[in-house]
Write a protein that binds this ligand. Structure first.
Ligand SMILES: Cc1cc2nc3c(=O)[nH]c(=O)nc-3n(C[C@H](O)[C@H](O)[C@H](O)COP(=O)(O)OP(=O)(O)OC[C@H]3O[C@@H](n4cnc5c(N)ncnc54)[C@H](O)[C@@H]3O)c2cc1C
Length: 397
């Protein structure tokens, strides 16, 4: 028996023992989730003591499946994607022991939702140009500025935040990364209604917000490096999903195809089959990427996955609307709500079509991701950057 098979079997037994000791039917939800974290069965690829067992990342889907089959409660994966997919791996990589102890457990259990305060009205693709200032004052930092497109800021308890701490050095060097309490005085969240009719994201105004230095993540001035770890994780979180065969958007569109024989044409059939093959290639590539990741931090390769995910989601949702004919143009509910997550498979075709438009913008636009793949994966010449060595305060803004 190979080492890998043994590890899998030991892990399966561990899950079975845990379930025997914590019956999901009778254990209170939060008590169950906290116990699962403490047993190292939350994210098995995290270190022991922080919800994991220091195992390979590709063992996680099976653990999740075993828990789901046993009727175990979920930890709000849909509502806390930023926390689980981006904040957690960054805190793990750059946090102090106290920060890991304080933040990771309630993040994983879903008790504390996280959002991402990166983009600003004047800094999206060029994130390093951001203007939100953080000024040291004793044991705290005082933060002033405006962030925008902040998904789920309305229900987040904490945020990952990048701010400028030194305007006298070139833009990439003067940034610092913080963990910001969204309930602190001076944090104001205003909804931004988007094309779906909902306000999934917000603008966030920060006025004299005091962040303790103990909530700085990484060294002062090292914010760009820390932010890059978040962004690389974001692209894997959005584009490298653990999708099952014929799951996700391709599953939804295939079902629509089966349910509407009257709409079928040879041309639509060709398109569906071609997209099915592409979705399957993307799924298997995502699986390989996750195996490669194991315990390490993702690199620029995740950008290619996220690019493919965005293109496929847009083409598939477009095909579904065409398949449905006039029905595809119906939109069930355009009431302004502030949802707690994105729901691609549970909603109607109109929602999917409109929401998918954001896929090629959020987490880095497709143009920027192509630049990253060109420069950092394929080794092509970089874009010409005239502002790389100029102090930030001297740049045109
Ligand atoms: C649904 C959704 C959710 C989001 N959630 C969050 C969030 O939670 N937190 C957060 O911080 N941000 C969030 N964002 C913001 C997102 O990260 C930014 O919109 C994105 O990085 C682009 O920035 P921008 O909107 O300022 O566009 P710009 O950077 O102004 O880009 C405008 C256009 O110019 C192109 N462009 C810019 N520079 C280049 C270049 N060098 N080469 C080629 N083309 C270029 C872009 O590709 C784009 O087409 C979200 C966005 C969406 C759509």
């Amino acid at each position: 028996m190979s080492d890998e098979t043994t590890v899998r079997e030991v892990l399966r037994q561990r899950v079975a023992d845990f379930l025997a000791a914590h019956d999901p039917a009778t254990t209170e939800r939060l008590a169950f989730l906290r116990a699962r974290y403490d047993a190292g069965l939350a994210w098995v690829f995290f270190p022991e003591g922080h919800g994991g067992l220091g195992l390979a990342r590709d063992l996680q889907p099976e653990v999740d499946l075993l828990f789901a089959r046993a009727g175990a409660p979920g930890n709000n994966v849909r509502g806390n994607g930023i926390g689980l997919g981006m904040a957690a791996p960054t805190i793990l990589a750059f946090g102090t022991e106290e920060q890991k102890k304080r933040f990771l457990r309630p993040l994983w259990t879903g008790e504390e939702i996280w959002c991402q305060l990166f983009s600003e009205p004047g800094a999206g693709s060029d994130l390093a140009g951001l203007a939100t200032r953080a000024v040291r004052d004793g044991d705290s930092w005082v933060v002033d500025g405006q962030k925008v497109w902040t998904s789920h800021a309305h229900n987040a308890r904490f945020a990952i935040l990048v701010a400028r701490t030194n305007p006298d050095v070139p833009k990439h060097q003067g940034l610092t990364y913080f963990l910001c309490d969204m309930t602190d005085p001076g944090v104001e969240v205003r909804p931004l209604r988007q094309i779906t009719g909902e306000a999934e994201f917000n603008e966030v105004f920060l006025t004299g917000v005091r962040i303790p230095d103990a909530h700085r993540l990484g060294a002062e001035g090292d914010g760009w490096r820390v932010a890059n770890a978040t962004l690389n994780n974001e692209r894997v979180a959005i584009g490298g999903g653990s999708g099952t065969r014929s799951g996700g958007m391709i599953g939804v569109v295939s079902r629509t195809w089966r349910e509407h024989p009257e709409r079928r044409t040879p041309e639509l059939h060709d398109r569906l089959v071609k997209l099915w093959v592409e979705a399957e290639v993307a799924r298997v590539t995502g699986q390989r990427l996750r195996q490669k990741l194991r315990l390490g931090q993702p690199g620029p390769e995740g950008s290619a996955m996220k690019l493919t995910f965005a293109r496929l989601n847009q083409q598939l949702s477009g095909l579904e609307v065409e398949l449905l004919g006039e029905d595809g143009l119906r939109y069930s509910d355009w009431t302004m709500v502030r949802p707690d997550g994105v729901d691609f498979t549970g909603r109607d075709a109109g929602y999917r079509y409109l929401r998918a438009k954001g896929n090629s913008i959020e987490g880095g636009t497709s143009e920027i991701l192509r630049n990253i793949v060109a420069e950092r994966v394929l080794g092509l010449p970089p874009e010409h950057r005239v502002d790389k060595h100029v102090p930030w305060k001297e740049l045109d803004k």
